[in-house]
Design a protein around this ligand. Structure first.
Ligand SMILES: [Zn+2]
Ligand SMILES: [Zn+2]
Ligand SMILES: [Zn+2]
Length: 97
């Protein structure tokens, strides 16, 4: 119960989301399925169900391990390094409009 699920929470910052859609998909005119928000820099990227998987690509290029769901009504976080989903009590919640 008390085991820390993720050891990277110190990499979560006070972010401002980059926008209401995946940064790269908007630039290339592509579509996405769901959105993920990088909790280190605020980059909005598309999920692994999307054709271009830009949220995961962002992790590989920037080494920012933490994302939060950017979908309305979803508050879960995901750590790419620990490969674990969890929730953070009291953390700000984000979603696209
Ligand atoms: Zn972690
Ligand atoms: Zn994308
Ligand atoms: Zn980032």
């Amino acid at each position: 119960m008390t085991e820390p699920v993720c050891t990277h929470l110190n990499e979560a910052k006070d972010v401002s989301p980059s926008g209401n859609g995946c940064v790269e998909c908007l630039a290339m005119g592509a579509r996405w399925v769901h959105l993920r928000l990088c909790m280190t820099c605020g980059h909005v990227g598309c999920c692994d169900s999307s054709p271009n998987k830009h949220a995961t690509a962002h992790y590989h290029t920037e080494d920012h391990p933490l994302v939060q769901s950017y979908e309305p009504g979803e508050d879960w976080w995901w750590c790419y390094k620990d490969e674990v989903a969890f929730e953070v009590a009291g953390a700000p919640k984000f979603s696209h409009t």
